[in-house]
Design a protein around this ligand. Structure first.
Ligand code: TTP
Ligand code: MN
Ligand code: MN
Ligand code: MN
Length: 381
């Protein structure tokens, strides 16, 4: 008998919400390449293509070892013709022409720079590029009127495009907890988004706020914002009120990806950790800021998202705001296609039983959906 060389054949369930995706990834070269193509598609308003590349990358993220040959990929879900071609190029030539030329293209570079401005999405960036605006200098010179968010985004561009560390997220968590405790004792603050999934850095910090007595959370956000403003902790904020009740969203109308919670998109003024002590003391704070004119300034701008949820919707809101974005999308797709249910960040509706299913924890929601519970650290699809 001849010993066959060992070829690992992988097997992966097709929905990301059926899989455990940790931050460990044995195929970063392949997943970085596919993620770049996904990003380029999203920035070009081609969401369908973007999702296809994201799904392909997510499958490679859960493989227990590095892919060596195309034959190992036989039977894996979500790997379309295009993604397979990219993978093949990288395995055979060390790089993909399509990925390398995308990275270098003027359009991709301009889209990245312009959408790096807080408040500028793919559509606005595309319009500016058609007018010949490819960078911040050209934008400033164009005389375009920017909205308040974009002005703040431009002003704090470098800070906002520098990733937020776990330590910085923890400091901001303390600031938010203090604000919330001051205006509504008993209210709860939970860190969500990438940091709840165990990431060591992120593009922003996300929080979900609730109160165990339903109704007490109403009107909370403006009070939290006023408190933060009084402490000079905010560089920018825009609060949107809760519009869930008047939306008449529900079984007849599938919910949009955007939820309808009261939310605040903001930019925090975070004093550097060495300056934390000085922030407590107004006299020292003034000294610190004067010193900054000569040396470096003692604070940086950080993007923060605050969301307020009624207690009865808290489990859905927590699941919805923990991400990853692909994991969320896959949960909703699973609910719809496999279970005839409609999942949002507010509720879960069963189309067959024609009723809403209650949940007081994320575990309850996975159980309703007939899925094994996946903890936040394994939702990094
Ligand atoms: P993000 O903060 O965009 O992403 P992230 O925290 O996973 O990664 P990063 O480190 O880059 O910040 O979104 C967090 C979650 O919030 C994501 O799962 C989607 C969800 N979300 C909503 O449910 N509704 C919304 O309107 C938005 C903007 C996000
Ligand atoms: Mn985030
Ligand atoms: Mn993000
Ligand atoms: Mn966010």
């Amino acid at each position: 008998l001849v010993n066959k060389p060992e070829v690992v054949v992988f097997s992966v369930p097709s929905y990301a919400c059926q899989r455990r995706t940790t931050l460990e990834n044995q195929n970063t070269t392949l997943t970085d390449a596919l993620s770049l193509l996904a990003e380029n598609a999203e920035l070009s308003n081609e969401d369908g293509r973007g999702v296809a590349f994201r799904r392909a990358a997510a499958v490679l993220k859960v493989l227990p070892s590095a892919v060596q040959s195309m034959s190992q990929l036989t039977g894996l879900p979500c790997l379309g013709e295009h993604s397979l071609r990219v993978i093949k190029d990288i395995l055979e030539n060390g790089a993909s022409n399509e990925v390398e030329s995308t990275k270098k293209s003027e359009k991709y570079k301009a889209l990245k720079v312009l959408t790096g401005i807080f408040g500028v999405g793919a559509k606005t960036a595309a319009r500016w590029i058609r007018e010949g605006i490819h960078n911040l200098c050209q934008l400033r010179e164009s005389g375009h009127t920017l909205n308040r968010a974009q002005q703040a985004g431009l002003e704090h561009y470098d800070d906002i495009n520098q990733s937020v560390t776990k330590t910085e997220a923890e400091v901001i968590q303390e600031m938010v907890e203090k604000a919330v405790a001051s205006v509504l004792p008993g209210a709860q603050v939970v860190l969500t988004g990438g940091f709840r999934r165990g990431k060591m850095s992120g593009h922003d910090v996300d929080f979900l706020i609730t109160h165990p007595e339903e109704g007490r959370e109403v009107g909370l956000m403006p009070k939290v914002v006023s408190w933060l403003e009084a402490q000079d902790f905010l560089l920018y904020q825009k609060t949107t009120r809760n519009s869930y009740l008047e939306s008449k969203e529900g079984p007849g109308r599938p919910p949009s990806n955007m939820d309808r919670f009261e939310r605040c998109l903001s930019i925090f003024k975070l004093h550097s950790v060495e300056n934390q002590a000085a922030v407590q003391d107004v006299t020292k704070r003034v000294e610190g800021e004067q010193r900054s004119d000569e040396q470096t300034r003692p604070w940086r701008a950080v993007r923060v998202d605050l969301v307020v949820s009624p207690f009865s919707q808290f489990a859905f809101a927590l699941l919805g705001w923990t991400g990853s974005k692909l994991f969320e999308r896959e949960l909703r797709r699973w609910a719809g296609y496999e279970k005839a249910m409609c999942l949002s960040s507010h509720a879960l509706y069963d189309n067959k039983q024609r009723k809403y299913l209650r949940a007081s924890s994320e575990e309850d929601i996975f159980a309703h959906l007939g899925l094994e519970y996946i903890p936040p650290s394994e939702r990094n699809a």
